[in-house]
Design a protein around this ligand. Structure first.
Ligand SMILES: [Zn+2]
Ligand SMILES: [Zn+2]
Length: 125
């Protein structure tokens, strides 16, 4: 009985390989770099969003409307906005990424504080 074989997944490569493999030994390294590429980009969904025109436009509009750090304002402190932040992080609710009501203006200090407490609460879970 002959083992079922297929062509290597590398474009144009006609090396026969077992069905369980994706690449011949010559192209095996491509599989590794592909997985790496995928990993890099699956986390990059958020990064890609922050570079999108839609987000840049919306956050710009929001910062114009709310030029002061909203957190500091509640404590009577006037600080210029540094970051347009999501109240509910987009990693928690992706659908709220362009929700104007989910935005808040934060200064660098408050943003670091928020990110830190988010990470802390994650650790304690
Ligand atoms: Zn190959
Ligand atoms: Zn602040």
């Amino acid at each position: 009985m002959t083992q079922a074989m297929k062509f290597c997944s590398h474009a144009g490569c006609r090396n026969l390989i077992p069905l369980t493999e994706r690449y011949c030994s010559k192209h095996k390294h491509e599989e590794v770099s592909r997985v790496y590429f995928h990993r890099k980009h699956s986390g990059g969904k958020y990064e890609a969003f922050y570079h999108s025109t839609a987000w840049k436009k919306l956050s710009y509009q929001y910062r114009i409307a709310h030029p002061m750090c909203e957190n500091c304002l509640t404590h009577g402190i006037i600080r210029k906005v540094d970051i347009c932040d999501h109240k509910i992080p987009i990693k928690q609710d992706w659908t709220k990424r362009l929700d104007y009501n989910n935005l808040q203006s934060l200064c660098q200090y408050c943003h670091n504080d928020k990110t830190e407490s988010e990470q802390l609460s994650k650790k304690s879970n």
